[in-house]
Write a protein that binds this ligand. Structure first.
Ligand code: IPE
Ligand code: IPE
Ligand code: MG
Length: 237
């Protein structure tokens, strides 16, 4: 008798190690970010092949503004370039792109590209690719709390109506399932302010591989590790 392997509905990835990958090769850090785009493509392909419905990529944290201006600038350029370059393939593959994070902090140009890729891929039905940009979990919670507080102050929300579901609905991830599996590459074992609320019952996987070396096979391996985990959600077997 064969038992179907459990497939995560939502995989969230902290893409880490681009800088170290570049430094190991005597290249600029930004070249590591460029190389990392191929790993995003590979992850999308592997996710589709395995029937994963949501893949979230942590691409730029609110804390990443603290990096040298030249690196931030290179990341913004890469973002705009990739949006133009990847949109036709994403459309062909039926991938819908959604952005989470506070986009008001980006330049008008970058915001325009983000709005465009969301609009251009809105009809995609096979997989949702979530890009976390100028995202951090605490900032997302701050914005959600402000929203709920404004409703309370306006008299349209009673404090006892603030349920877990209401909080979840005020987050950027409102209509998405929680991540089942969180992957962080490069051997670091921390969340760095990523999906803290949503990952309450996620499984975690920390491969040593640096993000630009993360291939389709690496994604498959992560799913194999996930399939062996025993998720109990606080209950007994
Ligand atoms: C992750 O790689 C990409 C971003 C944070 C944008 P890093 O740039 O953090 O690479 P390391 O951790 O310095 O190697
Ligand atoms: C987390 O990686 C953010 C992204 C992958 C976008 P960082 O490299 O910025 O995190 P820390 O500084 O090592 O915690
Ligand atoms: Mg890093």
């Amino acid at each position: 008798m064969s038992i179907a392997k459990p497939i995560p509905q939502h995989v969230a990835i902290i893409m880490d190690g681009n800088g170290r990958w570049a430094e190991q090769r005597g290249k600029e850090r930004s070249e590591g970010h460029v190389a990392g785009v191929a790993s995003i493509r590979a992850s999308i392909r592997a996710a589709q092949r395995n029937g994963v419905r949501y893949v979230t990529f942590y691409a730029f944290s609110t804390e990443n503004w603290g990096r040298p201006a030249a690196e931030v600038e290179a990341l913004m350029e890469l973002l705009c370039y990739s949006v133009i370059n990847e949109t036709p393939d994403l459309q062909r593959q039926g991938v819908r792109v959604r952005v989470i994070g506070e986009r008001a902090r980006f330049s008008e140009k970058v915001q325009g590209f983000l709005n465009r890729i969301e609009a251009d891929t809105a009809a995609g039905e096979t997989l949702t690719m979530v890009l976390a940009l100028n995202y951090s979990s605490r900032d997302e919670l701050r914005r959600a709390v402000q929203r709920l507080a404004r409703e309370a102050a306006a008299g349209t929300l009673r404090p006892d109506e603030i349920t877990e579901a209401r909080i979840a609905a005020a987050l950027d991830t409102a209509d998405m399932p929680d991540p089942d599996l969180v992957i962080r590459t490069s051997g670091e074992q921390r969340l760095s302010n990523f999906l803290l609320w949503q990952s309450a019952y996620a499984e975690f996987y920390f491969p040593e591989v640096l993000w630009p070396d993360f291939t389709e096979e690496e994604f498959d391996r992560a799913l194999e590790v996930y399939a062996r985990r025993d998720r109990r959600f606080g209950r007994l077997k």
